[in-house]
Ligand binder design. Structure first.
Ligand code: ADP
Length: 221
């Protein structure tokens, strides 16, 4: 297995890059999808969240009302700590389970983690950062994802800055152009990924607990 992280600010095009890499044959482990999965109705995580924050975090169909949780933790750092303490271990466990499943293969495994700069992870062979200017990020969120501009800017202000993210990058994808400009960069990225050494087949995934734990909500990407 070859193991790298992929990150980028909201609306940078991270999901677009991860789909293109999947098309090349990479295995994508998507942190956001795992967060949603471990919180599905019937999960121990959802029961714990309802016990901690009250029934108001449950929607009428019994699923998690992510906005209700976001509203609670936005102004309450202790609530955010509790949320992370409930959600992060389950996400880490599932991520590691999938890594262990891959470790005896020669696949390129991409850990797609929106908040990788904010919550660093050990044991990766490199980090790919999808980079765009802030104004492009805002424009795409408004135009393609239906965000209101103020909301897009507020979310971005709670994430690492472009500079902080770039400072951690081993490979930068410049997604400020259109899709035709992206494709040749994916070709180069794929060559780089394939050139990395295979990890040992007994590779032990590391559960990240930097500085006493993550500082940002797992649902806020
Ligand atoms: P992220 O996963 O980083 O939040 P997405 O991959 O969802 O971002 O991209 C945000 C939006 O911008 C999506 O609607 C996507 O289709 C669009 N997009 C991504 N890259 C480009 C590009 N190079 N040119 C035009 N639109 C793009």
């Amino acid at each position: 297995m070859i193991l790298v992280g992929l990150t980028g600010g909201i609306g940078s095009g991270k999901s677009t890059v991860s789909s293109l890499l999947e098309g090349k044959g990479a295995v994508i482990i998507d942190a956001d999808a795992i967060v949603r999965e471990v919180q599905l109705p019937g999960s121990p995580v959802l029961s714990e969240l309802a016990a901690k924050f009250g029934p108001e975090v449950l929607a009428s169909d019994g699923s998690l009302d992510r906005q209700a949780v976001a509203n609670i933790v936005f102004t309450d750092p202790d609530a955010l700590k509790s949320l992370n303490a409930i959600v992060h271990p389950a996400v880490g466990k599932e991520m590691n389970r999938r890594l262990i499943e891959q470790r005896t293969t020669d696949h390129v495994v991409i850990l797609d983690i929106p908040l990788l700069t904010e919550n660093p992870r050990e044991g990766l062979q490199g980090k790919i950062v999808v980079d765009v200017p802030v104004e492009v990020q805002v424009e795409r969120l408004v135009r393609f994802r239906g965000f209101d501009e103020a909301d897009a800017r507020a979310r971005m202000s709670r994430q690492a800055t472009r500079e902080q993210r770039l400072a951690t990058a081993d490979f930068v994808i410049d997604n400020s152009g259109g899709l035709p400009e992206l494709e040749p960069q994916i070709e180069k990225l794929w060559l780089w990924l394939r050139s990395l050494p295979q990890l040992p087949s007994d590779y032990e995934p590391i559960t990240p607990t930097p500085n006493g734990g993550p500082k940002v909500p797992p649902t806020d990407s």
